[in-house]
Design a protein around this ligand. Structure first.
Ligand SMILES: Cc1cc2nc3c(=O)[nH]c(=O)nc-3n(C[C@H](O)[C@H](O)[C@H](O)COP(=O)(O)OP(=O)(O)OC[C@H]3O[C@@H](n4cnc5c(N)ncnc54)[C@H](O)[C@@H]3O)c2cc1C
Length: 308
């Protein structure tokens, strides 16, 4: 198993214009507030810095990009290799002709929804309901309240593991439900979205409806990773979990939400191991009661506390 030695790793990495941090804690960079550090955390200054870094970094060093960790469980032993988090250099948001919005992938979805509203653009209101970045929405085909990323995406810029910049069309992203078929090593840097002309009272009403509905049905103020499992075809995960009697079930401070039982909650001090064990217990019970195997929607990364 890879041993975490950030000091040794950083010596193998190229000089950058952004920031490299050794053994950087990741828990506070995720919604679950759990898990270990990144062996090295890289915050590139801009797309060129990112591309230069990827080109010059030895290919046996693993790389993983994160957004704001709203769909992420980092295991307690941390993440070997380099974790990349995009910052200010990826936070531009611009209006383009024809009700289009060009946006850096570190921008929060909520901000794009608000920007669209300010510019009388409809069609992007669903982003109001997703608490992640545009990078996360592109990778997860994030969607809510009848809208999905693939419905509004025109094109994406991405940098591959060798530092080459690509422009992908919507079709190139090979989208399906909560899945993107673009190569796993692609780091998205910018997206172009297509909206449609709208009027502000309607857009605002749609966004307010989403806000109210989320507050009533999701534990949005808790330490959670959102929907834990994808909905199996023809079924709702929360219903299967409820039927298996798991609403409110807990392993230590890791608990199945009483409000929405496809959400797991860290009630305070839960380890990533406990959260993952809770998820696996749910999967086993749902399989036993409904014969259906739930598929994790949350991305789990890194190694367990014992390094195995
Ligand atoms: C309270 C709550 C409610 C939620 N409700 C919804 C909902 O209604 N609908 C929904 O779809 N999701 C929902 N989610 C899940 C989550 O917000 C989305 O999946 C979101 O798109 C993740 O974005 P992120 O920036 O947090 O990504 P992260 O969680 O940090 O990462 C998620 C994945 O995206 C990848 N990724 C991130 N940035 C990039 C990039 N620049 N390039 C390439 N890959 C990248 C990561 O590698 C990882 O695989 C909810 C989560 C919470 C906590």
């Amino acid at each position: 198993m890879p041993k975490m030695d950030g000091e040794a790793l950083v010596k193998k990495l190229p000089a950058v214009r952004g920031r490299l941090e050794v053994h950087a804690p990741l828990a506070d960079l995720t919604w679950f507030r759990a898990g270990g550090p990144a062996e090295v955390l890289f915050t590139p200054l801009d797309e060129t810095d990112l591309a230069d870094f990827l080109r010059a970094t030895p290919k046996d060093i693993s790389i993983y990009v994160i957004g704001v960790g709203s769909n992420l469980l980092v295991r307690d032993g941390g993440v070997p290799g380099v974790v990349i988090r995009l910052g200010r250099g990826f936070s531009e948001i611009k209006l383009e002709p024809g009700n289009r919005v060009r946006v850096g992938t570190a921008v929060l979805d909520v901000r794009v929804a608000r920007f669209a509203y300010d510019n009388r653009i409809d069609g992007l209101t669903f982003l109001r309901g997703i608490p992640g970045t545009i990078g996360g929405a592109l990778r997860m085909n994030g969607g809510a309240y009848g809208g999905e990323t693939r419905d509004v995406l025109v094109e994406v810029r991405a940098v591959d593991r060798t530092g080459i910049v690509h422009v992908l069309s919507n079709a190139d992203m090979k989208y399906s439900y909560r899945h993107c078929g673009a190569p796993e090593d692609f780091i998205f840097t910018e997206a172009l979205f297509q909206g449609r002309a709208g009027n502000q009272p309607d857009i605002l009403a749609a966004m307010d409806k989403i806000t109210d509905s989320r507050e009533a049905t999701q534990p949005i103020k808790s330490r959670t990773g959102g929907s834990t499992f994808k909905n199996p075809p023809g079924n709702k995960s929360w219903q299967l979990i409820d039927k298996a009697g798991m609403r409110g079930f807990a392993i230590g401070p890791a608990k199945v939400s009483e409000l929405h039982c496809n959400f797991l909650i860290n009630e305070g001090g839960a380890t990533a191991t406990q959260i993952e064990e809770l998820g696996e217990t749910i999967r086993a019970r749902v399989l036993a009661t409904s014969g259906i195997e739930l598929d994790w929607e949350i991305k789990r990364i890194g190694i367990p506390a014992d390094g195995q």
